[in-house]
Each structure stands twice: as C-alpha cells, then as structure tokens.
Design a protein around this ligand. Structure first.
Ligand SMILES: Nc1ncnc2c1ncn2[C@@H]1O[C@H](COP(=O)(O)OP(=O)(O)OP(=O)(O)O)[C@@H](O)[C@H]1O
Ligand SMILES: [Mg+2]
Length: 141
C-alpha cells in the first residue's frame, strides 16, 4: 500500500487578498497528477467554499489535502467562533455574512450546501468559541 500524499496549507481569517490560494494550488496539483477534470472540479468547488468560510468567519485554519489511490480527502480545521446551529448553517440561503462580504459577492448561504453536494462524504463538527472542522471526501473512481 502506498503512503498517502499529504499537503497542508495555512488559511488566515480576513485575508481576502490571499483568499482561495490553497484551493487554487490543490486544483493545480490534481491537474498535474492527471486526475479526471470532473473530479477536480468538485474538489475545487468544495475546497474553495470551505476555505472562503475560514476567511470570512474564522481566525486561522489548516487545510489539508490527503490523496490515496481511491480518495481525495480535504480537512479544514479552524480556530474561530464555531457554528452554534449546524442544521441552520447547512440550509440553503442561511448566512451571517456582513454587508461588506455581500458587496464582495459572498453571503448567498450556498457554500456549505455546495460542499455537501460535491462531496461523496461530508462531515462538519463545531464547538462554539473554539472552532469548526469540515471534512470532505471525494472518491477518485
Ligand atoms: N468555518 C466557519 N466558522 C464559523 N461559522 C461558519 C463557518 N462556516 C460557515 N459558517 C456559518 O454558516 C453560515 C453558512 O455558511 P455558507 O458557506 O453556507 O454560506 P455563506 O458563507 O454565508 O455564503 P456563501 O458561501 O454562499 O458565500 C455562514 O453564514 C456562517 O454563519
Ligand atoms: Mg460560505
């Protein structure tokens, strides 16, 4: 069994300049590896939405890409305010984005539902006052 390929990125809250960098790099790594473009697209959407949620709502996070022969797993583990009601946060259209964020085109309340839709397996765990961990798994075959 081959050892999994792992890449980690730091994601910083409020850093709208660098926002999306980790997802862009993941996309280029998977493209270089020759993965199916349809799968790369799903990974890119899911990782971008999770990364942007850190930029908008959290303080710091580590975004980790793990690649095994069968799966792509992305874990975004943040330190931040946490999510008090995950069921509500998962609903399409629910958003606590500020007017400034909405002006930048965010805040449709579609990020988390989109992550779930693009993932084969999705988990979100959150502790108020501590942070949130989003785990996204997409099968390669
Ligand atoms: N990492 C996080 N930490 C704290 N709260 C979060 C985090 N991710 C999401 N949330 C909360 O869940 C809500 C819904 O997130 P979701 O990504 O679905 O929508 P959005 O970010 O508000 O808008 P969009 O993603 O469409 O730009 C957010 O408005 C925010 O209140
Ligand atoms: Mg979002």
């Amino acid at each position: 069994m081959d050892r999994p390929f792992v890449l980690s990125f730091a994601v910083h809250g409020k850093d709208f300049i660098d926002a999306g960098r980790a997802s862009t790099e993941i996309k280029s790594v998977l493209t270089d590896l020759g993965l199916d473009p349809a799968i790369i697209r799903r990974v890119a959407i899911a990782s971008y939405e999770a990364e942007m949620n850190v930029v908008m709502y959290a303080n710091e996070a580590t975004l980790t890409l793990e690649l095994t022969p069968k799966n792509i797993i992305i874990v975004v583990d943040d330190q931040g305010p946490g999510i008090p009601n995950i069921e509500l946060a998962m609903q399409e259209g629910f958003s606590t984005a500020t007017p400034e964020m909405r002006e930048m085109g965010f805040g449709a309340g579609m990020g988390l539902p989109n992550i779930k839709r693009n993932a084969d397996d999705f988990a979100i765990q959150s502790t108020v006052g501590k942070g949130t961990t989003v785990t996204i798994q997409i099968s390669i075959n």
